[in-house]
Write a protein that binds this ligand. Structure first.
Ligand code: C2E
Ligand code: MG
Ligand code: MG
Ligand code: MG
Length: 286
């Protein structure tokens, strides 16, 4: 390649197809081994209710223990392709349910992948974890993406209905990026919308057309009685704009990055102590 580019020219190094395939194979092998060896952990990121500045939920976000740089956006689709998502998904549910006992009164949000929700034994896995750890279903919120709802197969419908009947809550993740069809917001199945980070991050919230969209989503949520979480809140300006527009919840690095369990518990305690004193100040108690 470099030679073909002619003398004196800078040529960007591009791995050839063979190298790319070898790297992809190596990653697949590492991930299969990781599932087999249990080389994963759940980190937790708080979601804050703006009405009282108290934590509303802790979202479980999976990490590859031996390689924090390979993020779930990259490895979950590969694990799905390898057919290993049922195993990893069941582990995520059990661990998420177990960890949820660390923060009574605060919900635990667990992401479900598109393939996971199509698996006929999902409800059994959830029922088993619920019984094993004695978790209140009302304290668990499952996060699904818009694509899952478009796939209106009977099976997916039945599973979502089954979750609702058991008392679990459902959040629609990455709202506004997928095949947004608003119809499913009308049928009472969704408790929370999570406005995708792309509307906020990098100061985008200040762009006029963007802020119009954000305000519109907040209003839709409010009028339907659905919570709206703004994802990717990175500074105080984001929070005050969202607060002024009536957004009910925020999540993002400004409040906390996702943290390993023990650190997440410590962080939660600090947030609770801070917001209690702030509420007290607002209420003129101190
Ligand atoms: P998501 O569920 O929409 O999670 C939000 C992602 O945004 C997380 O990335 C989080 O670390 C990141 N994030 C949160 N606040 C900020 C912020 O203020 N700034 C920036 N730059 N980023 C922020 P993460 O952990 O890499 O996860 C990426 C995606 O992978 C998740 O998107 C979710 O779709 C998927 N995922 C993560 N954990 C799980 C899991 O346990 N099961 C399933 N099925 N999918 C998961
Ligand atoms: Mg999520
Ligand atoms: Mg999201
Ligand atoms: Mg996402």
């Amino acid at each position: 390649d470099a030679k073909a580019g002619g003398k004196g020219r800078y040529v960007v190094y591009r791995p050839d197809l063979g190298e790319k395939i070898a790297a992809a194979k190596a990653l697949e092998h590492r991930l299969a081994t990781a599932v087999h060896d249990g080389d994963f952990e759940l980190h937790y990121q708080p979601i804050i209710c703006l009405a009282n500045d108290q934590p509303s939920s802790m979202e479980a976000l999976i990490r590859l223990k031996s390689d924090m740089a390979t993020t779930p956006d990259i490895f979950i689709p590969i694990i799905e392709r390898l057919g290993l998502m049922p195993a990893l998904g069941a582990w995520i549910i059990r661990r998420g349910f177990e960890d949820s006992l660390q923060w009574p009164g605060v919900h635990t949000a667990i992401n479900l992948s598109p393939l996971q929700i199509q698996s006929p034994d999902l409800l059994d896995i959830i029922d088993q974890a619920q019984a094993e750890f004695g978790v209140d279903p009302g304290s668990i919120m499952f996060e699904i993406t818009e694509g899952i709802l478009l796939n209106r197969t009977d099976n997916v419908r039945a599973i979502l209905q089954g979750l609702k009947e058991r008392g679990y809550k459902l959040a629609l993740d990455d709202f506004g990026t997928g095949y947004s069809s608003l119809s499913y917001l009308g049928d009472f199945i969704i408790d929370r919308l999570k406005l995708d980070q792309s509307f906020l991050r990098g100061g985008r919230i200040l762009l006029e057309r963007n802020s119009t969209l954000v305000k519109g989503v907040i209003d839709i949520g409010r009028n339907l009685g659905i919570e709206v979480v703004a994802e990717g809140v990175e500074d105080a300006g984001d929070v005050s704009a969202l607060r002024a527009w009536g957004c009910s919840h925020v999540q993002g690095f400004y409040i906390s990055k996702p943290l390993p369990l023990e650190m997440a518990v410590a962080k939660l305690r600090r947030i609770m102590a801070q917001s209690t004193s702030r509420v007290a100040v607002d209420a003129g108690i101190r």
